[in-house]
Write a protein that binds this ligand. Structure first.
Ligand SMILES: Nc1ncnc2c1ncn2[C@@H]1O[C@H](COP(=O)(O)OP(=O)(O)OP(=O)(O)O)[C@@H](O)[C@H]1O
Ligand SMILES: [Mg+2]
Length: 236
C-alpha cells in the first residue's frame, strides 16, 4: 500500500486542519440535534465522539461524509467545502472511508468482493481491484479469509473487512460509527490495534463515534456531545 497517501493532503493544506467544522446546526422537525458544533481535526489525529444515545453522533458522521446536509454552518474536509460541493459522489468515494456500526457487508459476496466493490468507478479493472482487495485484506490481517463470505466469519473479522473496504480508495479521513460496539474484548482489541497500526504506517486520520471506553481511551481527543453541542473535550 502507498505509505504516503496523506502527504499530499498535509502538503496541500499547509498546516490547515484536515477537518474544520464551524457553528454546525442540523434539526429534525423541532429537534436541534446538532446545535452549534465547532471543532477541528488535524491530519493524523484520532478523535473520538461520545455521548448518550440520541446525542447526534451518527448525525455528525453523516454530515462529515456528505450523506446529509446541515441547516447552517460550514464543514471543510481536505480542502472541500461540503456545504457547497456538487461532486458529492466523488467526494464520498475519494476522500472518505466509512465504517458503519452494522458493517453493511454483502453476505453472498466473498471478503475480496466486498472490498473490491468500493473501487467500482475508480477506473481500476477487475483484476486490479481484486489484487488490491487482497492487499487490503492482508493489511487488516485477513489474507487467509479473502475467499470467505461474511456469514462464515466472526464479528471482529467482519469488522476488519469493513475497515479494509473503507480504506480501499486511500481516504483522507476514516469515519467509523461504533466500530467496536458489537465486539468482544479480543475482537475490539484487534480492531483498535489495526487503527493504531494504520495511523503509524499511513498517517490515517480517524474520527470514531463510540460509547466504548476501550476505544475512547485510545483516542488523542475525546469530544463529548450533549444537548446538541460539545459539552467537553478530553485528552485521554
Ligand atoms: N433522518 C432522521 N429523521 C428524523 N430524526 C432523526 C433522523 N436521524 C436522526 N434523527 C434523530 O436525531 C437524534 C440523534 O440521532 P443519532 O442517530 O445521531 O444519535 P446517536 O448519538 O448516533 O445515537 P446512538 O448512540 O443510539 O447511535 C435522535 O433523536 C434521532 O431520532
Ligand atoms: Mg449512532
Amino acid at each position: 500500500m502507498n505509505k504516503d497517501w496523506h502527504s499530499e493532503v498535509d502538503g496541500d493544506h499547509g498546516g490547515e486542519p484536515l477537518v474544520t467544522v464551524r457553528d454546525l446546526v442540523r434539526t429534525f422537525g423541532n429537534d436541534r440535534v446538532i446545535d452549534g458544533v465547532s471543532f477541528d481535526i488535524k491530519a493524523g489525529e484520532f478523535v473520538a465522539i461520545s455521548g448518550p444515545s440520541g446525542s447526534g453522533k451518527t448525525t455528525l458522521l453523516h454530515l462529515l461524509a456528505a450523506l446529509d446536509r446541515p441547516d447552517t454552518g460550514t464543514i471543510r474536509v481536505a480542502g472541500h467545502d461540503l456545504v457547497h460541493l456538487h461532486r458529492l459522489t466523488e467526494y464520498r468515494r475519494n476522500q472518505i472511508g466509512l465504517v458503519f456500526q452494522l458493517h453493511n457487508l454483502i453476505p453472498r459476496l466473498t471478503s475480496r468482493q466486498n472490498v473490491a466493490i468500493a473501487m467500482f468507478g475508480t477506473g481500476l479493472g477487475h483484476r486490479e481491484r481484486a489484487r488490491r482487495a487482497e492487499e487490503l485484506l492482508a493489511t487488516v490481517g485477513l489474507a487467509h479469509r479473502a475467499g470467505s463470505k461474511p456469514p462464515t466469519m466472526s464479528g471482529g473479522e467482519r469488522q476488519r473487512v469493513a475497515v479494509a473496504r473503507a480504506l480501499a480508495n486511500e481516504p483522507a479521513l476514516l469515519l467509523a460509527d461504533e466500530p467496536t460496539g458489537s465486539l468482544d474484548d479480543d475482537s475490539a482489541a484487534l480492531v483498535l490495534d489495526l487503527f493504531d497500526d494504520l495511523r503509524a504506517r499511513t498517517g490515517l486520520t480517524l474520527l470514531a463515534a463510540s460509547h466504548d471506553p476501550r476505544l475512547n481511551e485510545r483516542s488523542d481527543r475525546l469530544l463529548r456531545l450533549a444537548d446538541g453541542h460539545i459539552a467537553s473535550v478530553e485528552t485521554p
